[in-house]
Design a binder for this molecule. Structure first.
Ligand SMILES: [Mg+2]
Length: 234
């Protein structure tokens, strides 16, 4: 318990200090506001058709954020509302083609990667180790999957609940991006809450146009499909 608390405190601190994030944000703001727009926006991954995402969109690698995308913040269990989608995802993709990338676990705030190891044991998939914070994580992603940048731009999707750290990160590297709504913002620390509020207020004002171009659109067109066909109908 105390070790977990200790980890929480370090993780909080790490989330405060991210100059790379500010740089990428300013660049997007000044040069390309489409970077704030995800290719898909969903309530949760429960709506995502992983079979079509793999076969038709040909996105064969997926990077998931952890907190409020797969689990309640700081918890280690997959949220019950997405459990069956998660199992489906692993069946379609195979565990090696899916990974977690979090700004807390697997980062340098995660002492000896203890929390990453716990998550890997519990969930059975890898947590990407990274020295820099999101969005400065392209090389860590490429190294993890042992793929080059072109392959990643054609075949890798990033799924997360935060526009600035997940969507802008993925879009600015040319990846496919999926935004989901958080499960619960209650456990989030004050800084994350503030950033989320900032996103909520500012993103609708500054985001402009469609999501960035992506080869997935062309692939779907071949089968007369659209992005919305990748969403399970309720
Ligand atoms: Mg998150």
């Amino acid at each position: 318990m105390s070790e977990n608390n200790n980890f929480k405190n370090q993780a909080k601190l790490g989330q405060y200090l991210n100059t790379a994030g500010i740089k990428v944000f300013s660049r997007a703001l000044l040069r390309n506001r489409r970077l704030f727009v995800p290719h898909l926006s969903l309530k949760s991954i429960a709506s995502l058709n992983f079979s079509l995402l793999h076969s038709k969109a040909a996105l064969t690698y997926l990077v998931f954020d952890k907190d409020n995308t797969l689990t309640i913040p700081y918890e280690r269990e997959i949220h019950p509302s997405i459990l069956s989608a998660w199992e489906d995802c692993l069946k379609v993709y195979g565990k090696d083609n899916v990974a977690i990338l979090s700004n807390s676990i697997g980062s340098k705030d995660d002492n000896d990667y203890k929390e990453a190891l716990l998550i890997e044991n519990q969930l059975g998939i890898k947590v990407i180790r990274h020295l820099n914070k999101k969005p400065n994580v392209k090389e860590d992603i490429l190294n993890h999957f042992q793929i080059d940048e072109i392959t990643a731009q054609k075949h890798l999707g990033v799924i997360g609940d935060r526009i600035l750290s997940d969507t802008v990160m993925g879009n600015s590297h040319g990846f496919f991006t999926v935004n989901v709504e958080p499960f619960s913002t209650k456990p989030e620390n004050a800084m994350v809450k503030m950033m989320r509020e900032f996103e909520k207020q500012i993103i609708p004002i500054i985001a402009s146009g469609e999501a960035p171009e992506h080869v997935v659109y062309e692939r779907l067109r071949v089968d007369s499909m659209q992005l919305t066909d990748l969403i399970n109908k309720a």
